[in-house]
Design a protein around this ligand. Structure first.
Ligand SMILES: Nc1nc2c(c(=O)[nH]1)N[C@H]1C(S)=C(S)[C@@H](COP(=O)(O)OP(=O)(O)OC[C@H]3O[C@@H](n4cnc5c(=O)[nH]c(N)nc54)[C@H](O)[C@@H]3O)O[C@H]1N2
Ligand SMILES: Nc1nc2c(c(=O)[nH]1)N[C@H]1C(S)=C(S)[C@@H](COP(=O)(O)OP(=O)(O)OC[C@H]3O[C@@H](n4cnc5c(=O)[nH]c(N)nc54)[C@H](O)[C@@H]3O)O[C@H]1N2
Ligand SMILES: [Mo]
Length: 818
């Protein structure tokens, strides 16, 4: 079968149903530029998607030295050929005429082009000056979840052993810090327990604060295909928005934001009350059951109903679903992670799986999701708040082992405090402690909370800022040095998706102008800085992606994320392979914890854990007495209300997030015609009840104001819960047409309004809990809301806005087996 489908109008394509326990059929999705046919494609170059964490494997079509399209890889374990809308169309951003093609430096005012040597020497000179005058603590690095493994590992060695600064973190702090922290709290170590194949076997799938349909569309296609097949799973959706997930759910709970802990405690309460507990599993593999049972005893559905504003009856129904499951798969994402009790709530989902004994078997597991395509690598390579290879900074043996790998003295690796989290790095830049901030692959002038503060920090004279990016982003405009980077399709390296699947992404075409792969930029800096090991040899002897990968393999040897069984050639031949992959498990590892908990013993654990309520680190002694045998830890938590409650001045809960058509600050998707047209401008969502209370209607221009700032957008009336306003965070404010800024203070970026505050344990900022008010600016008149109609932002009733379609330009191929 071959068909053409408008993949803007139908983001998930057509159904290929399959039964429980069945095998997924192949469906190869493809999109080639107008006028190009498969015969005209000279080479197909293997890669995977870099626009979300799903790891959809694909081939890049190359003709005349240019990318001309993509097709899904039929044989890959992740997607069996399927692609999402961003996968299909996103590559066009590589060819945008405004790619950076030369370095820029700031000379008394504006940024001006310069050559590579001048830019690099300026960075090196500033580094040396700061090292001499203030020491390594004056240097900070803020990186990404979108570079490659080889880049992160090199950066981690540069920062931690070359320069000796502890101030290295990723935007993964905004993204999956809570996933990592919750896994550490429960299992003593990061590492995703479950596999995507669990979707094939589960009879209940529970999604907590996860709009999988829009954010991992190919994984959602797997769920949709199961729903269309025999013995379909039942879904629980916990989300205040009417997402496509909610529309397919057997039970949909739409709680007040920031109340996940109360809700989860009530679900645990019901499961314990009805004794749906797997006591044998709990006894064999966990500690802390009594404390957990005592903690949730008071969280009756009635009590949670009051806190969450969800009917008690529906909480009981949800508990029935979870309690009756034979094979339960749970997924967790930003509705949990970007909240004030992020780690506490995410741990309750782990607790749920554990007390039900639902782990390490087909269909049973938890996906503490990643968001960004390579966030897993930021974490495992230690380019965030961890030491490389999931080593424990509090354990001197682990630090000594890392020092052995790098051939440096352990004292050279800062480890007297946890690696500095991103929000604190910006705080230190604000206070003038950090004087050089090197930002790679992230756009904090749009993506961090409270943007006027971020602009103020980035704009300070005391801060020397390096920005390594593809475009002159909102952030790059503040830089002292801009380094043009090559990206996906223009550079080679590996990256790892949410379910531990490693893909090789190969260079298909040359980058534009003087843009260079991130690895080359970092290696160039290391060479110029002349970092040495303790014997006087080069600290970083590798020189290209494959040699960097080999160096990382040694660092990962014997660690939970062991890569030693992989090679570039194996990845080339086999497609995606899940770590750990060793000589003993050459085909990789589908699920973790199939024979009990592996890494939680005090000697091996990545972390001794934290108090999830206060964030205070536990000591080795605390951990030894809590968990001497290295079982999974059931960590109870009490409910705390959000820090910024609603009141008369700011009566609405502020929720921010995503749409299926855009990626983050749109530096790529905003430059892609099909995706941009589907959601060209910011919008604001409220319910019909709230609209009538506010005297506003669909299409009206409204202003959303918080204690930090405001933005303007046109209104879309949806089935979102009452008392809430939702704004997509994709729209920065400098790339509006003709530089037009719709609002007074920055205009249309959601983060003008968000809060500078974070979860105490994971340090992840709270993008989904704050208070705001909404006012009318101007009636709609002839104008319509730009919100898509195919997604969570679908209008509640009849609406003047036309249905979202892509038309002839968005037709993509679907080639199936049957
Ligand atoms: N299309 C697209 N896909 C992406 C991305 C993208 O930008 N665009 N980004 C990628 C990245 S980096 C990430 S991190 C992921 C994020 O993927 P998701 O987490 O799925 O996306 P979000 O829209 O941020 O948030 C998910 C949901 O949380 C809900 N929510 C808000 N507050 C609460 C609450 O208090 N409780 C609960 N239970 N739910 C709440 C919101 O209503 C929202 O529907 O997506 C990845 N995939
Ligand atoms: N209000 C609100 N704010 C949020 C969120 C939310 O839900 N609500 N979500 C948060 C989350 S989960 C995330 S992950 C962040 C994302 O926030 P950001 O990381 O700021 O988002 P991006 O727009 O993806 O920025 C990536 C940058 O890297 C550049 N880039 C792409 N590929 C490459 C490459 O190969 N090399 C280099 N050097 N650069 C490259 C892109 O051009 C872009 O400028 O936003 C966070 N902010
Ligand atoms: Mo993210």
């Amino acid at each position: 079968m071959h068909s053409e489908v408008d993949r803007i109008a139908q983001p998930w394509g057509e159904r290929t149903p399959y039964d429980r326990g069945g095998t997924r059929s192949v469906r190869v999705d493809s999109y080639l530029a107008p006028g190009v046919t498969a015969d005209g494609v000279r080479r197909w170059v293997p890669t995977a998607s870099l626009l979300h964490s799903n790891g959809d494997a694909m081939d890049i079509a190359v003709a005349d030295g240019r990318i001309v399209g993509v097709r899904g890889r039929a044989g890959d374990r992740v997607n069996h050929g399927r692609l999402g809308p961003k996968d299909l169309f996103g590559w066009q951003a590589n060819h945008s005429p405004d790619r950076l093609t030369t370095p820029l430096i700031r000379e008394d005012g504006p940024l001006v082009p310069c050559d590579r040597d001048t830019a690099m020497e300026r960075i090196v000179a500033r580094t040396r000056q700061l090292l001499a005058e203030r020491g390594p603590d004056a240097l900070g690095f803020y990186t990404s979840g979108q570079l490659f493994l080889e880049d992160y590992y090199t950066l981690a060695v540069i920062a931690r052993a070359g320069l000796g600064t502890n101030h290295l973190d990723g935007n993964t702090r905004l993204c999956t810090a809570t996933a990592a922290e919750a896994l550490k709290e429960t299992f003593g170590c990061d590492g995703q327990p479950a596999s995507y194949t669990d979707v094939d076997h589960a009879d209940v799938i529970a999604l907590f604060g996860h709009n999988m349909a829009e954010t991992q569309p190919v994984l959602w296609m797997r769920v949709l295909d199961r729903l269309a097949g025999g013995d379909p799973p039942r879904l629980l959706c916990v989300d205040p928005r009417p997402t496509p997930v909610a529309r397919h759910a057997t039970v949909h709970l739409a709680p007040r934001s920031g109340t996940n802990v109360a809700l989860l405690n009530a679900l645990l309460h019901e499961i314990i009350r009805t004794d749906r507990v797997d006591h044998a599993y709990v006894d064999a593999h966990t500690v802390g059951y009594e404390e957990l049972a005592a903690r949730v005893a008071e969280f009756t559905p009635a009590r949670a109903a009051e806190i969450c504003d969800v009917p008690a009856r529906k909480i009981t129904e949800a508990a029935e679903l979870l309690g009756g499951a034979e094979r339960l798969l749970s997924t967790v994402l930003q509705g949990v992670y970007q909240s004030h009790q992020a780690t506490a709530a995410a741990c309750q989902v782990n607790n749920l799986q554990l007390i039900r004994g639902m782990l390490g078997r087909p269909g049973c597991g938890v996906l503490q999701m990643n968001g960004q395509p390579t966030a897993q690598n930021t974490r495992e390579c230690g380019a965030d708040g961890d030491l490389p290879g999931f080593r424990n900074w509090q354990n001197d043996d682990h630090v000594a082992d890392l020092a052995r790998v790098w051939n440096v003295e352990p004292s050279r690796i800062p480890h007297d405090a946890p690696p500095t989290p991103a929000m604190e790095i910006f705080g230190k830049a604000e206070e003038g402690d950090i004087r050089l901030l090197w930002i790679s692959g992230t756009n904090p002038a749009v993506s961090l909370p409270e943007l006027h503060r971020i602009r103020d920090i980035l704009g300070r004279d005391s801060l020397f800022t390096v920005v390594q990016d593809l475009y002159l982003t909102e952030t790059a405009q503040f830089a002292d040095v801009v380094l043009p980077a090559a990206t996906w399709g223009e550079k080679t390296g590996t990256f790892t998706n949410t379910d531990r699947t490693v893909h090789l992404s190969e260079k298909a075409v040359d980058p534009p102008g003087d843009a260079r792969p991130d690895l080359d930029i970092l290696l160039d800096y290391a060479r110029r800085m002349d970092f040495r090991d303790k014997d006087g040899g080069p600290l970083i002897p590798w020189h290209d992606p494959e040699s960097a990968f080999r160096a990382w393999q040694e660092c990962s040897r014997g660690r939970p994320c062991d890569y030693t069984g992989l090679t570039y050639d194996r990845l080339r031949a086999a497609g995606g392979i899940q770590w750990p992959c060793t000589s003993a498990s050459p085909d990789g590892t589908e699920r973790l914890y199939t024979d009990g908990i592996t890494w939680a013993a005090p000697e091996t654990c990545e972390s001794y854990g934290k108090d999830v309520m206060t964030g205070e680190s536990m000591t080795e002694d605390d951990y030894r007495s809590l968990n001497p045998e290295g079982k999974a830890v059931l960590r109870p938590a009490d409910y705390d209300p959000p820090e910024e409650p609603t009141d008369d001045a700011y009566p609405l809960q502020l929720n921010t997030g995503r749409t299926v058509y855009h990626f983050h600050t749109r530096t790529k998707t905003g430059r892609v015609p099909q995706l941009n047209a589907a959601a060209p401008e910011v919008w604001v969502e409220i319910s019909a009840g709230e609209a009538s209370r506010h005297g506003v209607a669909e299409g009206d221009l409204v202003e959303v104001t918080s204690r930090r700032g405001s933005l303007r957008g046109r209104l879309r009336v949806t089935d979102i819960r009452d008392g809430m306003v939702f704004v997509p965070f994709h729209y920065g404010y400098w790339d509006t047409e003709e530089g037009d800024r719709p609002g007074k203070d920055g205009g249309r970026a959601a983060n003008e309004t968000t809060l500078t505050d974070w979860d105490p344990a994971s340090k992840q900022p709270l993008f989904k809990t704050a208070a705001a008010r909404l006012t009318l600016v101007e009636r709609a008149g002839e104008e319509i809301s730009p919100a898509p109609t195919t997604t969570a932002s679908a209008p509640t009733g009849p609406c003047r806005a036309p249905a979202t379609t892509g038309g002839a330009g968005a037709m993509a191929g679907q080639a199936g087996e049957a």
